[in-house]
Design a protein around this ligand. Structure first.
Ligand code: AMP
Ligand code: MG
Length: 416
């Protein structure tokens, strides 16, 4: 029986592990879920595509007009007056064939009639009864959108493993597909640990604080498109923690907790995992967000985040997000980062990768620049609200002087 309050064997696997090493070790173990489901197209937004989408037909299906104007017969002569023989409106094609010297009135999206060689935009045409004069004369093929110009028949349009965007839904709809196969959502059970934590609606006693991590985690999990199961606040009590872990492991693919993973006073989580599961305790060489636990409990993966609210968000973006994407079956690109000048000085000690909170904004000339937020403590959660990006400072960088270029990782929500 290990004494939960004795630090020696609760030490970390290594003194300080670079973030990329921790990620590599996690990725080497993770096995994505395999369950899939067929969903109505709309419900598939933000879910992970589980099939390859191929164009079964060309889109658009027919050559059609890019302009309101006149479809001119091939073989007509530049400048010749044209005989108006009919119309081709969107959804109402002209069924005849054009002969040299003829034209039809055509609207944007109207099918280009057989025999037509170009579209004259209406601003370049003048109609008198059934005769149309065109100047300037269009070049061959001008203002015609070709069949298959958007999606060529047989082409692979979207690969399995892609998290579906608004544009993707539209592209799939343009092929006429009403239902598609997606991965079932990853199920994540999460809870907060700490005797000092109270849930919302409860009065605060001496030394108590409200549990904010469960709300930031809820928000970030929702943005990841996972199904989340909120396990509430669990006190620093071995029996209660074990029960919470058992329940979570029964229902979820992944258990995510915050608090109680540091070499702290009442850190029972480590002991439970060591005896009932499998766990790696790492001190990650990043700031904020030093301690991290990764392992398994029962059939579930386990991620234990530090308790400090900013550390929770930083570790979630840097470790949990890529891991959960992988588990959900997504082939994710890394979160985009950009280089831009920093408007003020930043203090930075050598040795650890830092994620300082910043605000990036366009300057007078339209280029972007970033400014650090003064209060960088790992308990200052409002700095995350105020910020719109991390300023990512590598382990080997020291202080930043105003005007130096830095790497920025924006956060916020996608629009498309
Ligand atoms: P711990 O990792 O449990 O030692 O917690 C580190 C710090 O984060 C302490 O100040 C805790 O009170 C605080 N903390 C832990 N969990 C939460 C939470 N769910 N919401 C807000 N603060 C928390
Ligand atoms: Mg704690």
């Amino acid at each position: 029986m290990t004494d939960a309050r004795t630090p020696p064997d609760r030490g970390h696997d290594s003194p300080a592990l670079p973030l990329e090493d921790a990620l590599a070790r996690i990725f080497a173990e993770l096995r994505p879920i395999t369950g899939r489901q067929r969903l109505a197209l709309r419900s598939a937004l933000d879910q992970v595509l589980a099939e390859t989408i191929t164009a079964t037909e060309p889109v658009p299906a027919h050559d059609n007009s890019a302009m309101d104007g006149y479809a001119i017969a091939s073989g007509s002569e530049d400048g010749q007056p044209l005989q108006l023989v009919g119309s081709a409106f969107a959804g109402h094609p002209y069924t005849g064939t054009l002969h040299p010297g003829e034209c039809v009135r055509i609207m944007t999206g109207g099918v280009v009639p057989a025999g037509a060689g170009a579209i004259a935009m209406q601003e370049h045409a003048r109609a008198q009864d059934d005769t149309v004069h065109v100047a300037p004369w269009p070049k061959p093929g001008e203002n015609i959108r070709r069949a298959g110009e958007d999606l060529a028949e047989g082409a692979v349009i979207l690969d399995a493993g892609r998290r579906l965007t608004a544009a993707d839904l539209g592209v799939i709809a343009s092929l006429g597909r009403a239902e598609i196969d997606v991965m079932r959502p990853l199920r994540v059970a999460f809870f907060s640990t700490g005797d000092e934590l109270r849930s919302l609606g409860q009065p605060l006693g001496a030394g108590e604080i409200y549990d904010s991590n469960r709300y930031t985690l809820y928000g970030m999990l929702r943005h990841l498109g996972v199904d989340c199961l909120d396990g509430g606040v669990v006190p620093d009590d071995p029996g209660a923690l074990q029960q919470a872990l058992d329940e979570a492991a029964e229902q979820a693919d992944v258990i995510l907790t915050s608090g109680g993973v540091s070499v702290g006073e009442a850190d029972y989580m480590g002991d439970i995992l060591r005896s009932q599961g499998e766990a790696h305790f790492w001190s990650i060489a990043m700031k904020p967000g030093r301690p991290l636990t990764f392992g398994r409990y029962g059939t579930a993966w386990y991620f234990g985040l530090p308790g400090n609210p900013v550390s929770v968000m930083a570790t979630f973006t840097q470790v949990v997000t890529p891991a959960f994407r992988r588990l959900a079956g997504e082939n994710a690109d890394p979160t985009p980062r950009f280089r831009m000048p920093c408007l003020g000085d930043l203090r930075k000690k050598l040795g650890r990768l830092e994620f300082q909170r910043g605000i990036m904004a366009p300057q007078a000339d339209g280029s972007m620049a970033v400014q650090g937020i003064g209060r960088q403590g790992s308990g200052v959660l409002s700095s995350m609200s105020e910020a719109n990006c991390f300023i990512v400072l590598p382990a080997d960088s020291g202080d930043v002087a105003a005007g130096d270029w830095v790497t920025v990782e924006p956060f916020g929500r996608p629009i498309v």
